[in-house]
Ligand binder design. Sequence first.
Ligand SMILES: Nc1ncnc2c1ncn2[C@@H]1O[C@H](COP(=O)(O)OP(=O)(O)O)[C@@H](O)[C@H]1O
Ligand SMILES: [Mg+2]
Length: 245
Amino acid sequence: MALLEVKNVTRRFGGIVALDDVSFEVFPGEIAGLIGPNGAGKTTVFNVVTRVYRPDAGQVVFDGRSLLRTPPHRIVRRGIARTFQNLELFPGMSVLDNVVVGTHASAGWFAERRVRKAALEALDEVGAADVAGRPAAGLPFGMLKRVELARALAAKPRLLLLDEPAGGLNHEEVEALGDLIRRIRKGHDLTILLVEHHMNLVMGVSDRVHVLDFGRTIAAGTPQEVQRDPAVIEAYLGEAPESPS
Ligand SMILES: Nc1ncnc2c1ncn2[C@@H]1O[C@H](COP(=O)(O)OP(=O)(O)O)[C@@H](O)[C@H]1O
Ligand SMILES: [Mg+2]
């Protein structure tokens, strides 16, 4: 059974149809890529799944139960965590506190100790333990991306949504990120939905890839299948190629 089912989801913003009858499934343990040109609707998928936006039509089912009745602040507790395309860290807070707040822990001394432990473990896992006590402001961009990933991991999700984790990273950092994503999936028994513009990364780590264009699913399959799909090639023509950063 699929862990996440997006079923016939439509979401409009005024006259823009950001998602137009989109359906796809993500299976337990897989890394599913979600790609498409800018404006295709990828981030909107994340925002619908995490209940930031309500779909105008359609269903989102997680682990057999509808997500549409789950309020946004309960999404993490249901087992879904995400990172953001544009970093959403608090610059004045320490790295550790940034990770702690992301876990949406309930109050109380015991809960706090447990959460700090999980936060430190997650920081260690992404290679950011050394900066745990430093304010987020001023850290290198690549490190901040790792901190965001740690924040999502510390919530111990079953489904991890990554929104362009390679955005703004240099070549070495992207390579390291690919290894990290694979390691995380293994170590945590996680399912990952990966939105990514960096083709080498997404094609290298994904088991299956779903392709959106203008809010519609135009292809789905293995990375090999998707890469030679004429509709996909067509959708990417006219897009500036990913700069070899
Ligand atoms: N909150 C919003 N208000 C208005 N338009 C939005 C909003 N969020 C997304 N859109 C529009 O929906 C479309 C899909 O956006 P998005 O999901 O961010 O695309 P992607 O992540 O694939 O680049 C775009 O045309 C975008 O401008
Ligand atoms: Mg986006």
